[in-house]
Design a protein around this ligand. Structure first.
Ligand code: GLU
Length: 329
């Protein structure tokens, strides 16, 4: 499942369940600049496996937004909703190796029994259905459709992130056996992302720091499926000029609001200044940023400890995130 080309391959993989916001745009921008500055290829993958939450008009909107900011991709976008047969084949292979088991736990039960993972909203699965007897499985199968979980080993998975440094997790203690296919039949993010990154020959994964904890699970899946390991960069959270986390309710990060106030070049200039590619925000195109890009600059501009760092946006004229900004209509 590797690419024939030895040029770096990057990708942006949005889940179009809502409109794009500045944080998504920043990930897309850094992913693009990183591979383009090395003469590499850039791909777009629409992570719409959860079709009910990711309707087609949102995906189209996301593609139009990216084009408006000057993104170009080297192959037609990949749509995860069209690839379930591929994911199923991989799942079947893992099932034949005895690595998958059905889990009948309800959400309420999981919340009661699972231990919260430190510092985030993930739950550590306590292994309730790991060793059910075949007779019990048959009985439960008549009652409800199970999720399918992957057994995780008692092993630490580590990688060196370009921005966060050394990251590691002991899978059993950090997350427990995790879901590859949900009880509604939809494939989970982990399997689909690992399979598609490998199938597209992706060598660099640039994404939000909110997904950092998923990466050790993906390393395990890569090992099981014989996929090469890409380089990772998990992008810090964006905060406003006053250090406040940007939130959709502040109406200041949704692209549909921003593009009414600023041109795409102005918005790119703000993001480029936030991550140290420009000294000060000024209108700039994506192509003009390519020669200015380096991970070292982004690293230097990140405030706080590596795994919890933030990038600070300059004030956005006329938005709620400018200290003296005008209120939006
Ligand atoms: N689909 C995820 C998101 O929109 C990103 C997944 C990835 O880049 O691996 O946050």
């Amino acid at each position: 499942m590797t690419s024939a080309s030895d040029r770096p391959v990057g990708r942006f993989a949005p889940s179009p369940s809502g409109e794009m916001h500045l944080g998504n745009l920043l990930c897309a921008m850094l992913s693009y600049l990183s591979v383009r500055s090395q003469g590499g290829r850039f791909l777009l993958r629409i992570e719409d496996v959860d079709l009910p939450r990711c309707p087609a008009h949102r995906s189209r909107q996301c593609i139009d937004d990216l084009k408006r900011f000057g993104f170009r991709w080297d192959e037609p976008p990949l749509w995860q909703s069209e690839r379930t047969a591929f994911y199923q084949r991989l799942l079947d292979g893992l099932t034949m190796r005895g690595l998958i088991y059905p889990c009948f736990c309800t959400r309420a039960q999981l919340q009661r029994e699972a231990a919260p993972n430190e510092g985030d909203t993930q739950w550590i699965y306590p292994g309730t259905c790991r060793s059910l007897r075949p007779a019990e499985v048959s009985r439960l199968l008549r009652l409800r459709r199970p999720a399918l979980r992957l057994r995780v080993p008692e092993r630490v998975y580590s990688f060196r992130d370009l921005l966060c440094g050394e990251v590691s997790e002991e899978l059993q203690r950090g997350c427990g056996d995790f879901v590859l296919r949900r009880s509604d039949g939809l494939f989970g993010y982990q399997l689909a992302a690992v399979a598609d990154d490998a199938a597209s020959g992706v060598t660099e994964v640039v994404r939000g720091r909110d997904i950092l904890t998923a990466t050790p699970r993906q390393l395990y899946l890569q090992e099981l499926l014989g996929c090469p390991r890409p380089v990772y960069a998990h992008i810090p959270l964006l905060v406003d000029a006053g250090g406040r986390r940007l939130a959709k309710r502040d109406r200041d990060i949704g692209l549909s609001v921003l593009v009414r106030r600023c041109s795409p070049e102005e918005i790119l200039g703000l993001l480029a200044a936030a991550c140290g590619l420009l000294e000060e925000a000024r209108p700039v195109t994506l192509e003009q940023l390519i020669p200015l890009f380096s991970w070292e600059k982004v690293r230097r501009r990140t405030e706080g400890p590596p795994e919890r760092g933030v990038l600070r946006l300059p004030p956005i004229a006329g938005s709620g995130s400018a200290p003296q900004g005008k209120e939006l209509p």
